[in-house]
Design a protein around this ligand. Structure first.
Ligand code: PMV
Length: 366
């Protein structure tokens, strides 16, 4: 199959001259987290994924960010302050500084303003749920909304550019703009796909997936031992990298008919294999590391036993951490939540878990 070349390039996101910049104001966006079915692990160059990935956009796990902006005298440097839940967070500054440096070409007004960035997450602080995807998506949407106030942009371009900017903040954040499923990364079989931004999954999907549930079991809420930047880096020269990247392409091809037919057995097999492969890559890199905890494995084994015994189509997936995402159809909600209460909360830190589901994407808060 010929390699598909995306018709849009990075240059398409550089705006033409602005008219009048706004003096001051504020804008608020709420962006959800997402959970990958086919995982992104490994990148090249400027946040370009080594393989395509596909995710469910979540609903309740989200970041809300208010960006207040005021024009400043000089345009020498970036100027911003960040707060989380109303408290100053100077330790967030380096990440935002790096993000601003990466996106300045595409948002040339950045140095003309002072920004107050006020952010809050719907999920508990240090729950082990990465806030970088929802956080970078919400911030990108706010910044782009500001650009929208003094430039022409249609909604389609806005969505693509928001995803493009979010990617430069944190790769998987580009999948947190739209719902319900987003693919990111160029794949020869999908002509819409591109490495530059996430696109809503363009193929038919059975209705069962529109309301799929994701219950996140908080097994370990501590700080990650390995940042995802370091983790991605370890795929360079990894002995299984080539096979892994091929496998991700294959899984996307395999998923298309499965999603269309609502074939839950086949869905489960691909999703669990993806989760375990992600961790297998971490466990076989140099240096190697292990992010699953004993509780993670106990939960996985209990899910397998429950699924076999009760024939309930529930499966697990994992992020780069110890928490377990349980994915299942909405109609199984009552029994699965009962199972969690009876058998799985014992493995969660302070018995905590978060009930989420597939969502429709980011929203502007007026
Ligand atoms: O967006 P990053 O750089 O934090 O990478 C996230 C990678 C995984 O969450 C492990 C997988 C994925 O596709 O979301």
């Amino acid at each position: 199959m010929p390699k598909f070349e995306c018709w849009m390039t990075e240059k398409d996101f550089i705006p033409s001259d602005y008219q009048d910049l706004r003096e001051n104001g504020s804008v608020t966006w709420k962006a959800p987290s997402n959970i990958a079915l086919v995982k992104y692990w490994g990148k090249k160059g400027n946040q370009i994924p080594a393989n395509p990935s596909l995710s469910f956009t979540l609903d309740t796990s989200a970041t809300t960010t208010t960006l207040s902006f005021s024009k400043k005298e000089d345009s020498k440097d970036f100027s911003f302050e960040v707060k989380l839940d109303g408290e100053a967070k100077p330790d967030f500054a380096p990440k935002i500084q790096t993000f601003f440096e990466r996106v300045e070409t595409y948002l040339p007004f950045l140095k003309s303003y002072h920004f107050d960035i006020d952010t809050s997450n719907s999920f508990p602080h240090s729950s082990g749920i990465a806030s970088s995807a929802s956080g970078m998506a919400a911030l990108s949407l706010c910044l782009l909304d500001l650009e929208w106030q003094f430039s022409d942009m249609d909604v389609d371009h806005f969505d693509k550019k928001a995803s493009f900017l979010a990617r430069l903040g944190s790769g998987s954040a580009c999948r947190s703009i739209k719902g319900r499923m987003v693919q990111w990364g160029s794949h020869p079989s999908m002509k819409e796909s591109t490495d530059f931004f996430g696109v809503p999954y363009p193929y038919p999907v059975d209705a069962v997936f529109n309301t799929f549930q994701d219950t996140i079991l908080l097994v370990h809420k501590g700080q990650k031992q390995v940042s995802s930047t370091v983790g991605h880096g370890l795929m360079h020269g990894h002995p299984f990298a080539t096979q892994r990247f091929e496998q991700a392409h294959q899984h996307l091809d395999d998923l298309a008919p499965v999603l269309k037919a609502g074939d839950l057995d086949a869905f489960i097999a691909i999703v669990e294999r993806e989760a375990l492969t992600l961790h297998a890559m971490m466990m076989s890199s140099s240096p190697y590391f292990l992010l699953m905890k004993p509780g993670t494995l106990q939960i996985i084994e209990k899910i397998w036993a429950y699924r076999t015994e009760k024939r309930v189509p529930v499966c697990f997936t994992l992020d780069a951490g110890a928490n377990v995402h349980m994915l299942y159809p909405e109609k199984c909600k009552v029994e699965v939540l009962q199972f969690i209460q009876d058998e799985l909360v014992a493995h969660c830190e302070n018995g905590q878990y978060i009930c989420d589901q597939v969502g429709t994407g980011a929203v502007k808060i007026s």
